[in-house]
Design a protein around this ligand. Structure first.
Ligand SMILES: [Zn+2]
Length: 358
């Protein structure tokens, strides 16, 4: 076990005893109002009504006033004390050329990445959940079977998010929040393993898939059976969190300050799926941008290579996809110190685990 996981385990133990998210209070929250404001107030980060976003926007204002970027600017207040760890829960195989124009026909593995964030006040937070055995069960029958035929999945139970966390001494009760980047099944499949977590996502993302029939769901890579029965009761819609302006020269104009403390700044990265969101955060190791499926590999933004035109078939809005893609390329060019982490990029996940081990 490396230093990072030790730190997280220690935090989880402390959170288990002291967290306002534990037990009864969460039950009450589920039964009652489930707004972001309520969650913030309950978690101790009380915001007066109409509170203007905090640290992130102050940084932005300073940057704008100065007419240039402060050295190493990145959204997300790195002094909060966040810890980040990246994992994958299973992987699928895909011809490289579909995800990267000019790539080979060879089938390459795409890990189903997820992230564990430790916040000193808000506890343990997941960004997506990867595959689970329920994904295999849900795709045993047609039409969902088509999904698995197109993207063959390799997964064993010990790869699930919950089992990996359990091995680090973290239980489902310790996970207070799951931020969902979008509703594709390789991001939602582990959700049912976290019944105590509040779920943060864009209402728009769920509305886009909520009423789809079986075939349309498969086409949208959505498996409704993976969603918890009480999903909506535990949901906090990202649209309702405080918006914050980012510097004029930054590739993303504004973000959502998820906890109102400038620690986690979500931004819109639509195109691959409706309402997809990415997450900026800073840790003692540096600045990160978790960009979900805005690209499938780090090579895509580094070499500015879009996916094969055939991949447009699975995208609800290719115009928005290209716009998001260009913003990501700009981010890499102008802010190279921000580590961009695509959910399915082996290189990004391996690089991070090597840094963790160092
Ligand atoms: Zn996706």
């Amino acid at each position: 076990m490396n230093t990072m996981s030790k730190k997280i385990t220690v935090n989880a133990a402390a959170i288990g005893e002291a967290s306002p998210l534990a037990g009864k209070e969460l039950e009450e929250e589920r039964a009652g109002a489930s707004s972001m404001e309520a969650a913030r107030a309950e978690a101790g980060g009380r915001q007066p009504q109409g509170y203007a976003p905090g640290n992130a926007s102050k940084e932005a204002a300073r940057a704008e006033a100065g007419g240039r970027q402060p050295q190493g600017y990145a959204p997300g207040n790195a002094s909060i004390g966040l810890e980040l760890r990246l994992f994958s829960a299973g992987y699928c195989l895909h011809p490289e050329c579909l995800t990267l124009r000019g790539g080979t026909l060879r089938a390459v593995p795409f890990p189903a990445g997820f992230a564990l964030i430790s916040h000193p006040q808000h506890g343990l937070i997941l960004y997506d959940t990867g595959y689970s055995s329920r994904f295999l069960e849900e795709t045993n029958r047609f039409p969902a079977r088509l999904y698995r035929m197109v993207t063959p999945v390799t997964f064993s139970e010990r790869d699930s998010a919950i089992e990996q966390l359990n091995r680090m001494g973290i239980s489902a009760k310790d996970i207070g929040y799951v931020v969902l980047s979008h509703f594709h099944a390789d991001h939602t499949a582990g959700l049912r393993d976290f019944p105590y977590a509040r779920l943060l996502y864009k209402r728009e993302a769920y509305e886009a898939v909520k009423h789809l029939g079986p075939l349309a769901s498969v086409k949208a890579a959505h498996l409704p059976g993976l969603l918890p029965d009480d999903l909506e009761g535990r949901s906090l819609y990202i649209e309702e969190s405080a918006s914050c302006k980012l510097p004029a020269s930054f590739p993303f104009a504004e973000g959502y300050d998820l906890f109102g403390d400038g620690s986690l700044i979500a931004v819109d990265i639509p195109g691959h799926a409706a309402g997809q969101i990415g997450l900026f955060l800073g840790t003692s190791s540096g600045a990160y941008f978790l960009c979900a499926d805005a690209v499938w590999s780090s090579r895509a933004y580094r070499e500015r290579r879009l996916p094969h035109p055939a991949a447009r078939m699975i995208m609800p809005d290719y115009g928005k996809y290209k716009d998001t893609f260009e913003r990501l390329c700009r981010l890499h060019r102008q802010f190279p110190h921000i580590r961009i982490v695509p959910s399915h990029c082996s290189e990004a996940l391996v690089r991070q685990s090597e840094e963790d081990e160092a």
